[in-house]
Design a protein around this ligand. Structure first.
Ligand code: NAD
Length: 530
């Protein structure tokens, strides 16, 4: 197979991107070719993508396996120097990479800059962690014996990610995995292939040895087959998957068959509770950002606003007005949100609108579904016909029996439902079975603390939206949102290292735990005088 050096090219419009295996790019495309289009201007081809097949995935795992041992033997503080260099390269390339994020997936430029900043923050955090990666010294129950724990790399990590956070989420896996001494095989989403390629090239220029990071550009089911073969061949030690709950279940089942515990970061149906004492303007601002930012295509997007019946009308009126007035359109302009991530996301979104029934009332726009010249939105910024845009939709009168209440409707749609008291709000906030993030707006500390105790989400906000993460706090969900694994901060270290325990006996004789017991005689009949 002919290959070229992956470090050599420069990013230019309409360029060809391909997999990177052992630092080289295969020149063929056994999985076919696709075009990655700018969803804001579908005539703009961001990249032609040469796709790999299951064999490419296996080869990438093999290259990672070969490179990993040597990488693990580099002292962790030196490995983290590489992370530091990578962080500085992301900083130096922040604007071009953010422009590419906006161009390939349609995120507003402000959000794209934030996305790249999250990568930089992640690099900064793990630059420091390379000088820690602490183990422990632990007292033994026997004399002349010492116990120790060490974090050891897992080996080869295979990571599959969604494209709605095409740089931040991959960095949450790849950067700590590398800092911990693992090699990585990464499959970015097909609809963010060019961003994946640009991200990978920054990594390769940061001083990583060849084969330590490999990228497989391929379709999802192909990645599944490749992963299955790689697991069977013993080439993968850890799987990280961020994507839909449906695919996460399949990946989880595959890993289970191979006795692996994957890191699964899945969908959400995130509630935002508005208590009677809430600052309604603040709650509306939070609902607007988390419900419609990124066109509602975040895992932490607001699913249902749960509003106390005493402020239901007041909240709904303000929310509907805010959504009605929000600028929507060209993501390079100052808008609330731009296009859908791609055509399949718009098609799926239109399907979810079928879940709206007669007992619901719609607010928020001059139409529903696609924004087109024939179905316009008042005040649209730019040319609707040039891209894949959808109207924002608020659905009021939603109840827990509605499919809309229980389905992740990845797109610009927010439900509004009422409740009578905190107990009911808590019940409704858990009823859909997801557990990623949840928010409560209240001025009463007791409400906030009780909600925190009783809501099952991995991430809670008080007087802030359901969206937003920081590189040093645990990110992840429970229930239908994941298997309890956490990314970011020190918590992700448990995904990419395994604890190794060592005992060191210097007694000069065999000491047997639980058998060579040292008794400290006590007097069980002792009583203080009355
Ligand atoms: P998706 O599950 O369709 O795809 C995610 C990734 O998995 C893509 O790279 C895709 O190519 C790949 N894939 C698809 N089918 C596969 C299969 N059978 N085997 C292996 N890989 C496969 O998800 P999507 O529509 O691209 O992304 C949106 C979903 O991701 C939403 O549900 C969203 O909530 C979720 N998400 C979760 C988080 C989180 O951190 N919890 C973050 C971002 C997105």
């Amino acid at each position: 197979m002919r290959t070229t050096d992956a470090r050599e090219e420069t990013l230019h419009p309409g360029r060809l991107v391909s997999s990177i295996v052992g630092g080289r790019r295969p020149e063929d495309a056994p999985g076919g070719r696709i075009s990655s289009l700018n969803p804001a201007r579908t005539g703009d081809v961001v990249a032609e993508v040469a796709l790999g097949d299951a064999g490419t995935f296996v080869e990438a795992c093999r290259a990672a396996r070969e490179a990993q041992k040597e990488w693990a033997s580099v002292p962790a503080p030196i490995r983290s120097n590489s992370i530091k260099q990578i962080g500085r390269l992301f900083e130096a390339n922040k604007e071009p990479l953010a422009r590419l994020v906006t161009r390939e997936i349609g995120k507003t430029y402000t959000e794209s800059l934030g996305e790249v900043q999250e990568v930089i923050d992640t690099c900064d955090f793990f630059t420091g962690e390379g000088r820690r990666l602490y183990g422990q010294t632990v007292p033994s129950e026997m004399p002349d014996k010492q116990l120790f724990t060490f974090r050891v790399p897992v080996g080869v990590a295979a990571v599959i990610t969604a494209g709605n956070f095409p740089a931040a989420v991959p960095s949450w896996y790849i950067i700590p995995a590398l800092a911990c001494g693992n090699a990585v095989v990464w499959k970015p989403a097909e609809y963010s292939a060019a961003i994946g390629d640009a991200f990978a090239r920054i990594l390769l220029h940061g001083g990583l040895p060849e084969g330590v990071v490999n990228v497989v550009q391929c379709e999802g089911p192909v990645a599944f087959e490749g992963l299955e073969r790689a697991l069977e061949a013993g080439l993968v030690d850890k799987v990280g998957f961020t994507g839909s709950t449906e695919v996460g279940r399949e990946v989880g089942a595959l890993c289970g068959r191979h006795l692996q515990s994957p890191c699964l970061e899945l969908g959400g149906k995130n509630p935002l509770v508005v208590m009677p004492d809430a600052d309604l303007d603040l709650a509306v601002e939070g609902a607007l950002f988390s419900g419609f930012g990124t066109a509602g295509q975040r895992c932490t997007s607001l699913g249902t606003a749960l509003v106390h019946e005493s402020v239901y009308e007041g909240f709904l009126n303000r929310f509907a007005r805010a959504v009605g007035e929000a600028p929507i359109g060209d993501p390079t302009q100052d808008v609330l949100y731009g296009p859908m991530l791609g055509e399949r996301f718009a098609e799926r979104f239109e399907g979810w609108l079928d879940l709206v029934h007669d007992h619901h009332t719609l607010y928020g726009s001059t139409g529903t579904g696609r924004i087109t010249d024939a179905n316009p939105r008042e005040g649209f910024v730019g040319e609707p016909g040039a891209g894949i845009y959808c109207h924002p939709t608020i659905v009021s009168g939603v109840t827990e029996d509605d499919e809309l209440f229980n389905t992740e409707t990845f797109g610009p749609i927010v439900n509004v439902a009422g409740f009578a008291d905190l107990d009911e709000a808590v019940r409704l906030s858990n009823a859909h079975g997801y557990g990623l993030s949840a928010a409560i707006y209240t001025r009463d500390a007791e409400n906030a603390l009780r909600f925190r105790e009783r809501n099952g989400a991995g991430m809670l906000s008080v007087n802030n939206s359901t969206s937003g993460a920081e590189a040093h706090v645990p990110f992840g969900g429970n229930g239908r949102s994941g298997n309890g694994s956490r990314l970011s901060g020190i918590w992700v270290l448990d995904q990419f290292t395994r604890w190794q325990a060592m005992n060191w006996d210097y007694a000069g004789k065999l000491q047997k735990a639980q058998m060579d017991v040292i008794d400290l005689p006590a007097d069980p009949d002792f009583r203080l005088p009355d």
